[in-house]
Design a binder for this molecule. Structure first.
Ligand code: GLA
Length: 746
């Protein structure tokens, strides 16, 4: 029936499969190594089945991308691999599950055993959520139940891999395919789920994926990180069965900085599993029930442009807002949204009062009207990229926007709801105008919905022909796109770079002018529109946009490559790459070290996950970004945001530093070993100081001695805890990657 050309090699010693990931395949003694497969371009789901006549299929080496071995690149296309493999009985202690370990697949994949799907990476364009690239990490470990997939030991079985190539290299690359029986203990995992709801708890969970029952001792310790005291100690014998995870809940007080350690020892094989986690702690004091204005007292708009401005007021609802001396042409809705427009340039100051059953608060507020008044303070809001990547959809945007209101973030000034790449249709309309793809059934409807709630809408494009995610770009259609943005009601444009690099290549044009030109072009069309569109420039690489962004009238520009949710990236992007850049930032022209990586993120690469930053690192991230006067665009799914993250993002004194009307970005003002001091002057004459420990061990510091000023400090305030520090509190410990945030008055 088929050519039997595949050599199923049983190796007795573990091969060095791929050192980057956990070397699981290398840990097993007998595994099957497969380097050749049958191959066909095209897409037919029946090709997953065991009995398919594949005698006419071609032959391929799975360790190299298909385009490197004579096949066409086949961009935006599918191809299938079929591997016939004889799986013999194994010598490990379980025979119920096999692992199919496949190398990196460019760009998305699905894997089947005898016609049953056992896993996949990324998302296919044919799926409900549309295309998303697979994990960047090279290896995929897919598990198949022997019974469930009808594996016949000692006979022929078929592993089929469906691969989709968006562009560039295609298909399986970089390594062989491995098939093996994992050990029973490989089915065990110990996880800590730190759950931050109104009551905090950490769930210690032991899961057994395989049928062999595991009995053993579970030990849990809850330790106060500041005092070292053991607050709780639990010891328990447990029995863990497949499909029935063992869960032990450990409630804890979120006002204390705890660490939890759990150890599980399987009594039969003696294998020990251990996990340690720094638990979430909340520093932000509770929100008062009385009304409180949390927004900066200023908003900028161009003459005649529509005003949509939602006052950020916390406190118990219902609440009413009223204005006194509101300028002509503008009205304040009862929900606290300013709407209207002002014809003439100038500063318009008035008062707004918010009142509820518990009390009232009044703010002096200024609308600055002028051609250059957009972006008086850094934009605050949400962007879809760090959670949804290219799988963003209208539904997901609405879910985050609704949560922005429901969870109170809008009451703290988060008002932009921005979609990133992945919204664009492949084809333009006959008149050249751009269209949204099927994931956005009504762009206008979505934007109107946001505007009705006083929220603003941001969109994404690029000056090149295609975007970074290979969607339609604006090259040659800048005028049409700016007009369409106005028609839809867009308030923010993130204008990226990526394929514009091709234009520079084509023209052999490498100076700054070659960067400025396309940005200036879009700027002119944007500014011709009768509405304000915040202009955020995204180019990276060697383009050094901070040096010339001002000449394109950019309202902000990226000062770092793409952020990821790990300490090494946050450290590089936030600390190292922002040094010396404060001189390029000014009111309306902000440096942007990229979006926030707190909460649940994932870039559309499968399931969202909790940020990998520890709570200490998250405090450092937000402290630094607010000091840097950066755009504050939340990158997680707000609908799934927990209490800890809400409190982290909604500290009015912390956010007030980001939104300070003086608009001066912090500099690195002192460095003493691992301790870095970043500080900025504030409009009220005080200074904001971040004391960071960027090293890998804890440090004792004297906060007073670290204040970067010759003047003697009168009041040293802890901004996160919102309390003035007494002398004896100034000598303290800063944990590794942690910080203290101070406001110092003289
Ligand atoms: C670039 C940008 C990201 C995101 C993606 C979209 O990588 O830097 O922020 O917009 O493109 O494809």
């Amino acid at each position: 029936m088929k050519k039997l050309f595949i050599v199923a090699l049983i190796t007795l010693v573990g091969l060095q499969a791929n050192a980057q990931e956990r070397d699981w395949a290398a840990e097993v003694s007998d595994k099957i190594t497969i380097s050749k497969a049958l191959f066909k371009m095209g897409d037919d789901m029946t090709w997953a089945n065991r009995d398919v006549d594949d005698s006419s299929w071609g032959e391929i080496d799975v360790t190299k991308c298909w385009n490197e071995q004579g096949y066409p690149a086949h961009n935006n296309g599918f191809a299938w691999y079929r591997i016939h493999v004889n799986i013999p009985k194994s010598s490990t202690d379980q025979q119920n599950v096999i692992v199919v370990n496949i190398p990196k697949v460019d760009d998305a994949d699905e894997c089947f055993v005898n016609g049953k799907r056992i896993g996949g990476s990324g998302s296919m364009p044919t799926s409900k959520d549309g295309y998303a690239t697979g994990v960047f990490a090279p290896e995929r470990y897919y598990e198949a139940g022997v019974k469930e997939t009808g594996i016949r030991l000692g006979e022929d079985n078929v592993i089929a891999i469906r691969a989709y190539n968006r562009g560039g290299g295609g298909g399986m690359c970089e390594d062989s395919v491995y098939v093996f029986f994992p050990k029973a203990a490989d089915g065990l995992s110990l996880r800590l789920n730190d759950i931050s709801e109104s009551q905090h708890r950490c769930d210690v969970e032991i899961v057994n994926k395989y049928a062999t029952i595991s009995n053993g001792l579970l030990e849990i310790k809850l330790i106060d990180r500041e005092t070292g005291a053991v607050a709780k100690s639990i010891k328990k014998m447990v029995s863990v069965k497949r499909g029935k995870p063992t869960v032990v809940s450990v409630p804890y007080d979120s006002n204390v900085m705890y660490q939890l350690t759990a150890t599980y020892t399987d009594e039969k094989i003696g294998e020990v599993f251990e996990e340690t986690r720094q638990l979430k702690y909340i520093l932000t004091p509770p929100t008062p029930e009385t009304p409180r204005f949390n927004n900066a007292p200023v908003f900028g708009v161009r003459p005649g442009s529509p005003i949509i401005y939602r006052f950020a007021v916390s406190g118990e609802r219902p609440m009413k807002l009223r204005g006194n001396n509101i300028p002509e042409g503008v009205e304040l809705t009862e929900e606290g949204v300013l709407i209207g427009s002002i014809k003439n340039a100038g500063d318009y100051t008035f008062t707004v009062t918010a009142e509820n059953a518990k009390g009232k608060d009044t703010q002096f507020f200024t609308i600055k009207v002028g051609a250059d008044k957009i972006g008086q303070t850094p934009p605050m809001g949400w962007n879809s990229w760090n959670c949804w990547g290219l799988s963003v959809s209208q539904e997901k945007v609405i879910a985050s926007a609704q949560a922005l209101i429901d969870k109170g973030l809008a009451d703290y000034g988060y008002s932009y709801v921005n979609i990133d790449d992945g919204w664009e249709a492949d084809e333009r309309n006959a008149d050249g105008s751009v269209e949204a793809n099927e994931k956005f059934p009504s762009m206008k409807g979505l934007i109107d919905w946001l505007h009705e709630r006083g929220l603003k809408f941001g969109i994404y494009s690029t000056p090149g022909a295609t975007t970074c995610g290979n969607y339609t770009g604006s090259l040659g259609y800048e005028k049409e796109d700016a007009a369409k943005y106005n028609e839809w009601g867009v308030d923010y444009l993130k204008y990226d770079w990526c394929s514009y690099e091709d234009e520079r290549h084509k023209n052999n044009d490498w100076g700054y002018a070659s960067c400025i030109r396309p940005y200036l072009l879009m700027q002119q069309y944007l500014r011709q529109q009768p509405r304000d569109i915040f202009y955020s420039l995204g180019p990276l690489g060697g383009t050094e946009v901070h040096l010339w962004g001002l000449y394109c009238d950019g309202d902000s520009w990226r000062t770092a490559p793409d952020i990821e949710d790990d300490w090494a990236t946050v450290y590089r992007v936030g600390f190292r790459l922002q040094e010396g850049k404060s001189q390029y930032s000014s009111v309306g022209h902000w440096n942007d070290p990229d979006m926030l990586v707190v909460g649940k993120v994932g870039w559309g690469r499968g399931e969202l996950r909790e940020t990998r930053l520890t709570p200490d690192e998250q405090y450092t991230h937000i402290t630094l970004w607010t000091l840097l006067a950066s755009n504050m665009l939340i990158g997680c799914d707000i609908a799934q945001m927990d209490d800890f993250t809400v409190k982290l993002l909604c500290n009015n004194e912390v956010n007030a530093i980001n939104q300070d009307v003086l608009g001066k970005q912090a500099d690195l003002t002192k460095k003493d070993g691992d301790i870095e001091i970043w500080s900025r002057p504030l409009a009220d004459g005080s200074i904001a100081v971040g004391v960071f420990n960027v090293g890998d061990v804890d440090h004792e510091v004297d906060l007073k001695a670290l204040i970067p000023s010759d003047k003697s400090a009168k009041v040293i305030r802890d901004v996160w805890r919102q309390k003035n520090l007494a002398d004896e509190e100034l000598k303290c410990n800063i944990p590794l990657h942690g910080c203290r945030y101070l406001k110092v008055a003289f």
